[in-house]
Ligand binder design. Structure first.
Ligand SMILES: Cc1cc2nc3c(=O)[nH]c(=O)nc-3n(C[C@H](O)[C@H](O)[C@H](O)COP(=O)(O)OP(=O)(O)OC[C@H]3O[C@@H](n4cnc5c(N)ncnc54)[C@H](O)[C@@H]3O)c2cc1C
Length: 387
């Protein structure tokens, strides 16, 4: 039984994504990196050289300057072709937009622009052992000292803990004005007093090599403060909204790949004398997954369009990430199931995709916090944290 599949979301730059995936062998490399747990520096530089990091970043900073709906469509395509790894890598400059939007010219030139070129990796350090979902509880101290600050405390669960050359670190400046929240700093990760430790090893997203970074009286000059004291969370809020909507596009691209491969597979694989697709118990869940993936994509695309137009869509972006993760996980789970015994093995990419996409219910805000953010749209109240 041959399968007839609906069109993929398209964009004039899609062929360029396709050729970069082929040239850099990204689909194969995603599987290798999952096994070796390395940070893929070669591919990071390769994507930078191809101007595929910072798709939204302004051209004068080395990016493409594309609109959010176009970036979402291209990330969908990249994830469809090669999984989460390189689509999320392409988003790294987006994850540093606090620096791009509020950092000094000197900081941007020294740190942000090289990241868009794939030459420097910048981590984001918000989470602490006592502050994750409740990000307002962070304690890392940033005491004023001479012309600068002294950082003391611990960041945990952070990506690229041992790998990043720099990190955007959120710390509490006693008596800071602004909105009274933490302050953002760009901290080179080789300063005296910083110690970095790998974590115990993650379920998926192995390339992110998460771990712990400790700050023991680390001196940082005022020139490394990003924007104003006490404004860090106000800055990061709009970044989080964009991140969530764009990550949703990544997860849906991955879900679509598993769904498509499974629709084809069950049309060909026979059991009990006929194709698996002839069994309603197999065909119906795949019909539902296709509909859910499509509907979720329309919602994500609409959210990106509204975000691009400047509409307040914090709630929709939160729903987008949660819904895309849920929808993709269900489709990938069916892919594992309908590929049978080998579906549960590394013979197919589905098991890695499931492990990688599963992070979507925790990273960048757990699913429950996404519901809280969306509930705030229905029953507005004052926000005290960045989530
Ligand atoms: C792959 C990955 C990459 C990450 N990268 C980074 C990074 O680069 N930088 C960084 O700073 N952090 C990073 N994190 C950390 C991430 O942001 C936190 O793990 C997340 O915010 C949850 O915080 P926590 O782990 O302290 O969980 P907790 O706050 O202890 O919460 C545990 C669970 O309790 C539930 N929960 C919590 N609060 C509520 C509530 N109010 N209502 C209902 N349920 C609730 C949720 O299910 C939540 O998952 C990463 C995490 C992952 C998985």
């Amino acid at each position: 039984m041959s399968a007839r599949l609906p069109e993929l979301p398209d964009d004039p730059l899609a062929p360029e994504i396709q050729s970069a995936v082929a040239r850099l062998a990204l689909a194969r490399r995603a599987g290798e990196i999952d096994r070796t747990r390395e940070f893929p520096w070669t591919e990071f530089r390769g994507l930078g050289a191809a101007h595929l990091l910072g798709l939204r970043t302004a051209p004068e900073r080395g990016g493409r300057g594309l609109s959010l709906p176009r970036v979402g469509t291209l990330l969908f395509r990249l994830a469809y072709l090669s999984g989460t790894t390189f689509a999320k890598m392409s988003l790294q400059p987006e994850f540093s937009s606090v620096l791009a939007d509020h950092g000094s010219t000197a900081l941007r030139q020294e740190w942000f622009d090289p990241m868009v070129r794939g030459e420097r990796l910048i981590g984001n350090q918000i989470t602490e052992p006592g502050a994750g979902s409740d990000a307002a509880a962070i304690r890392l101290a940033a005491e004023r000292s001479g012309d600068g600050y002294v950082l003391t405390g611990e960041k945990s669960e952070v990506a690229f803990a041992e790998e990043a050359q720099g990190a955007i670190v959120y710390g509490v400046v006693p008596g800071a004005a602004g909105t009274g929240g933490p302050t953002a700093f760009l901290v080179p990760q080789d300063l005296p007093g910083i110690s970095r430790q790998a974590g115990p090893g993650d379920l998926g997203e192995h390339w992110q090599r998460r771990g712990t970074v400790r700050y023991d009286r680390v001196h940082i000059p005022s020139s490394h403060r990003i924007g104003e004291e006490g404004e860090g969370y106000r800055y990061v809020r709009s970044e989080l909204t964009r991140e969530r909507a764009l990550l949703a596009a990544v997860y849906l691209g991955v879900g679509r790949a598993s769904w498509e491969e499974t629709v084809r597979y069950v049309g060909e694989r026979t059991a009990f004398g006929r194709p698996l697709a002839a069994q309603e118990a197999v065909a119906f869940p795949l019909v539902e997954d296709g509909a859910h993936l499509d509907a979720a994509w329309l919602f994500v695309h609409r959210t990106l369009e509204r975000l691009e137009a400047g509409a307040p869509v914090d709630g929709d972006a939160a729903v987008a990430k949660w819904m895309a993760t849920e929808t993709a996980l269900r489709a990938i789970d069916h892919a594992i199931q309908f590929h049978g015994g080998r579906g549960y093995s590394a013979a197919y990419p589905h098991e890695q995709r499931w492990r990688d996409v599963r992070s979507g219910h925790i990273a960048h805000g757990p699913a429950e916090i996404m519901h809280l953010v969306a509930a705030r749209d229905l029953w507005p109240r004052r926000r005290t944290d960045p989530r």
